[in-house]
Design a protein around this ligand. Structure first.
Ligand code: AMP
Length: 505
């Protein structure tokens, strides 16, 4: 259906129509945002009544021009301006159109059309192989443009899309390896083991004097990390490049600071000066995608590493060994943990760079922590999880009050059969509900693995688990046996034995 639809729209509308399908007002590589609050949108949707003021049907161009204007409204009076723009837009829309416009503005399209499906549709509509469409959209960061190029220009035009400096590339991702044996088996040509550094991933683009740095989510973070810009200009021996690495915030004792505190640095553009003094940054490079006119993503990783190593001094490269011996690898793993990092990345020496793909070419080896939590509520799922209670509110026991306090949510880790089973059980335990959430009597205990305990103002407990996923249901445990907020506090403190605490005073 989507392929037919894309073929049927006017070429000038293909790219906006495609963005609409994936529910995005702007392409991924475009830093603009709408920045409208729930309150503004509901105010704009109120009092519209049933009558449409305009007889001309709303065109897709009008929608996107309005989004442009909404994102341009900043500073004093911007709320009123945004409100009026959105109100005008909704007045021109039919009720059903309004519904989807509102969903898009909230970033909750929820029609089950994910980017992968749109890529398949583009492939079908244009006759270009799926892999080519996927690769082009990962390199280009604008699925709307890709749809237009593919449908109007065919596979030949798509083929020409390569790395363009200053258009961020979706980073290659890693799969979790449960054991070292898996890694050795999956990488018959050998692997390199690099520290899995506990920081934030960046890609640095440079041409002549111009440098831009993008985050893992392709946001431009250049202005918040001036010292890395300086590094890029002076310490890398090439005039044009796209290289990747991890920025790590260094605490007082020379160890990495928690991820959460580093992110604060990324967000604070205004108080950069003060933050620069507070959190010194260190860069560890680990890949080169483009150097002096040469696109490297189809080269072997071992070759890319050699090129990278020839550009920057060893001090700036991720610590790394090429090794087959399990004992040596374990020793290196322990060293990474001891130095406050997350573990190791195992990269196949013969692998190419697959933008945006998570696979077995790169594995991560981590030491995950585990907690037994209690499910206190769950939200109805959407997309693939429709019909299931699937986003679970995780809580731990407060020994002092006997209350269960929330420390996060997750929908990760369950099989379909488990979703079925838990949905039924939760409904039996229901105490009350609202539109999306069913609240239950604390009863089901689950083991979750997580990555880090963070301080969080969002929950009364004051803590949140980062990357929680359910690993098993502990039928053998009653809710009173669950882990406690007191233990969580200790775990939070313990993290600082390996990391250094960010001094905020
Ligand atoms: P994960 O976020 O657990 O999927 O792991 C992938 C992330 O690990 C990347 O996005 C990087 O931010 C980070 N990372 C840390 N060290 C490395 C490394 N040596 N190579 C690649 N990624 C790394």
């Amino acid at each position: 259906m989507i392929a037919d639809f894309l073929r049927s729209v006017d070429p000038s509308e293909i790219s906006d129509a495609t963005l609409f399908l994936v529910g995005k007002p702007f392409p991924e590589s475009d830093p603009r945002v709408l920045e409208v609050s729930y309150a503004t949108i509901s105010e704009a949707s109120r009092n519209l009544g049933q009558t449409r003021l305009s007889e001309a049907p709303l065109a897709i161009h009008d929608v996107f021009r309005t989004f442009d204007k909404v994102s341009e409204a900043t500073g004093a009076g911007s709320r009123v301006r945004k409100l009026s723009l959105i109100q005008t837009l909704l007045t021109q829309a039919s009720p059903v159109e309004s519904e989807y416009l509102v969903r898009m503005m909230f970033g909750e399209m929820r029609i089950g059309v994910v980017e992968g499906i749109v890529q398949d549709a583009i492939s079908l509509a244009s006759g270009a192989p799926k892999e080519l469409v996927r690769r082009a959209s990962m390199l280009h960061g604008d699925i709307g443009d890709i749809a237009k190029i593919a449908i109007t220009g065919g596979p030949k035009e798509l083929q020409r899309i390569g790395i363009h400096l200053f258009i961020p590339v979706k980073p290659m991702l890693a799969e979790m390896a449960e054991t070292l044996e898996t890694v050795l088996r999956e990488h018959p040509d050998g692997s390199a083991f690099e520290y899995k550094l506990d920081g934030a991933r960046i890609q640095i683009h440079k041409s002549g004097d111009k440098v831009r740095i993008y985050s893992r989510r392709l946001t431009d973070v250049t202005d918040s990390i001036g010292e890395i810009v300086a590094f890029a200009k002076t310490k890398v021996d090439a005039s044009e490049y796209l290289i990747e690495g991890e920025v790590v915030g260094i605490g007082k004792n020379g160890r990495p600071i928690p991820f959460q505190d580093l992110m604060r640095r990324f967000r604070r553009v205004h108080e950069i000066q003060a933050m620069t003094e507070r959190i010194p940054l260190k860069i560890y490079l680990f890949d080169a995608l483009y150097v002096d006119g040469r696109t490297l993503i189809d080269e072997r990783y071992s070759e890319r590493w050699e090129i990278l190593a020839s550009l920057a001094g060893e001090d700036y490269l991720a610590p790394r060994i090429v090794e087959q011996d399990k004992k040596e690898i374990s020793r290196f793993f322990d060293l990474a943990i001891k130095e406050g990092h997350e573990g190791l990345m195992a990269k196949s020496l013969s692998s190419n760079y697959s933008p945006g793909a998570r696979g077995k070419k790169w594995f991560k080896l981590k030491r995950d922590d585990k907690l037994d939590i209690v499910i206190v509520a769950a939200e109805w799922g959407s997309g693939r999880r429709v019909g299931w209670l699937s986003n679970y509110h995780l809580a731990v026991l407060d020994q002092e009050t006997g209350e269960y306090q929330m420390i996060g949510k997750t929908f990760k880790g369950l099989t379909d059969a488990e979703f079925d089973m838990i949905t039924k059980r939760l409904q039996e335990l229901k105490t009350h509900e609202d539109k999306w959430t069913v609240y239950v009597k604390p009863s089901i205990v689950a083991e979750v693995t997580y990555n880090e305990v963070q301080k969080s103002p969002r929950y009364k407990s004051g803590f949140a688990l980062r990357f929680a996923r359910i690993t098993s249901f502990r039928e053998d445990k009653s809710p009173e046996d669950a882990d406690t907020i007191q233990r969580l506090r200790q775990l939070y403190e313990k993290q600082f034995e390996k990391k250094s605490r960010l001094e905020l005073t």
